[in-house]
Design a binder for this molecule. Structure first.
Ligand code: 5GP
Length: 207
């Protein structure tokens, strides 16, 4: 019997908020025990139930600035008025431990990572391990209804998110894969099919 090893993957999944990204990604992470979420840093306040170091690393503006200054971020961006970023160390440590890393980041962060992988020789080893997916809602109206329905944010926050969504949707062509999340079950099957195929593709990268 041939045993085929596999190289850990670096997944980026982006979507306007309300498109169903968290539901789909949570399910993939639950089903596939090699995947781990990359825990991001943010300057936004924790929501009810969010845990520091697990949901996010909640940082002050000055602590975030300090990490920008020392070049610790793989990418960072302002999203809906708050700052978010992924530490290089978070991704490197997880992949070194053999984990596949799933980054739930916005379109600006994804663009920065693509550029970094293309031009930064220190990250060259991650190029072939990179996979990105855009999850789109069937329509902006649908997104609006979902954001209202989940009752997580107040009206002003929802309006801000909807304004950002129109812009984010313009970036779906930058991604290797796009899933229009019309029907959750079908979308999950598609996401999982991508996972299965990418696992096979990255086998050849293993030492
Ligand atoms: P939320 O505040 O609802 O948790 O996330 C808001 C948005 O920020 C989401 O679209 C999410 O993908 C994005 N986000 C979360 N972490 C990061 C990060 O580390 N970098 C970037 N660029 N975006 C992030």
């Amino acid at each position: 019997m041939i045993t085929v090893k596999r190289h850990p993957m670096l997944w980026v999944v982006s979507a306007p908020s309300g498109a169903g990204k968290t539901t789909l990604c949570d399910r993939l992470v639950a089903d596939e025990d090699t995947i781990t979420y990359s825990v991001s840093c943010t300057t936004r306040a924790p929501r009810a139930g969010e845990i520091d170091g697990k949901s996010y690393f909640f940082l002050s503006e000055s602590a975030f600035d300090a990490r920008v200054a020392t070049g610790e971020f793989l990418e960072h961006a302002v999203v809906h008025g708050n700052r978010y970023g992924t530490l290089v160390r978070t991704v490197r440590d997880a992949m070194a431990a053999g984990r596949d890393v799933l980054m739930d980041i916005d379109v600006q962060g994804a663009a920065q990572i693509r550029a970094a992988l293309a031009f930064d020789t220190a990250l060259a080893d991650l190029r072939a391990a990179y996979v990105d997916i855009f999850i789109a809602p069937p329509s902006l109206r649908d997104l609006q209804l979902r954001l209202w329905g989940r009752g997580q944010d107040d009206e002003a926050v929802i309006e801000k998110r909807l304004a950002g969504a129109a812009d984010e949707l313009g970036h779906w062509r930058d991604y290797q894969y796009v899933i229009v999340n019309d029907q959750l079950e079908t979308s999950y099957r598609t996401l999982h099919a991508i996972w299965t195929a990418e696992c096979r593709r990255t086998q050849r990268l293993a030492d």
